[in-house]
Design a protein around this ligand. Structure first.
Ligand code: NSP
Length: 233
């Protein structure tokens, strides 16, 4: 984090506020582009193009397979670089991906998406490459856990909006929205945020700067992923 960043992370009394909240405020525009994207907003207002939804489903299945390996690398860094107290939370997230993959397979059948025929589109490939880079031991735990938190949070916030009051989400898409928009998943994301903030409070300025860069990169990649789902990029 640079000098401005440190200031932004301080509240009026000079007490350090949570770093992640400061980033979300500082990068509000990008955060909203990722969490109020026309694709998810079209789910909420009931105008979603179902062929775009099917494209998202197939692409996200591929993403989640790569996400398993990413999370395994976060877990490994947690065991090697932290005191290991976060292990159970990360392990819980990793274990839930088994259910998630089964859910994608069932959902793909329901929507007649042949997962065996799906190949990753450009934005997905780019995102998966980013996830793969976390297998490098040089990438620190603080950067990895912050990245994990924001990846999950973008989905949580995006899909929670689709089930908030006033939604016209098609009934057949409610299950998808509840998967990430549920209060339980929100709590999980909040526990990741607390871990990220604790690690960031202890991190060097360089490490915190790298974590903020990763935060921004995730927002960019998420926007690209929704764009890809809506069209073809
Ligand atoms: C692209 C993307 N971003 C986040 C998530 C939530 N794990 C996901 N399934 N796909």
């Amino acid at each position: 984090m640079d000098g401005g960043g440190v200031e932004a992370a301080m509240d009026g009394g000079g007490v350090e506020a949570a770093t992640t909240a400061a980033w979300m405020a500082r990068h509000r525009g990008m955060y909203e582009r990722a969490t109020r994207h026309p694709f998810t907003v079209s789910i909420r207002d009931g105008t979603v193009d179902l062929s775009a939804f099917r494209r998202w489903l197939g692409q996200d299945y591929m993403f989640v397979k790569e996400f398993v390996a990413f999370l395994a690398s976060v877990l490994l860094k947690c065991c090697r670089q932290s005191d290991g107290s976060d292990m159970e939370i990360i392990l819980g997230g990793l274990a839930s991906l088994s259910d998630e993959l089964s859910w994608f397979k069932k959902e793909a059948e329901k929507w007649s998406v042949n997962l065996a025929e799906v190949s990753p589109l450009k934005s997905n490939t780019e995102y998966c490459r980013f996830l793969q880079s976390f297998s490098e031991p040089e990438i620190s735990y603080v950067v990895a856990i912050t990245t994990f938190w924001i990846i999950e949070t973008v989905y949580q916030d995006s899909f929670a909006f689709c089930i908030e009051e006033g939604n016209k989400t098609p009934p057949e898409l409610l299950g998808t929205c509840q998967r990430w928009g549920s209060p339980e998943f929100k709590q999980y994301c909040q526990s990741l945020q607390r871990i990220a903030d604790r690690c960031l409070a202890e991190a060097s300025a360089d490490a915190a700067r790298s974590a903020e860069e990763a935060f921004l990169r995730v927002l960019e990649l998420e926007i690209g992923f929704w764009d890809m789902s809506s069209s073809r990029s």
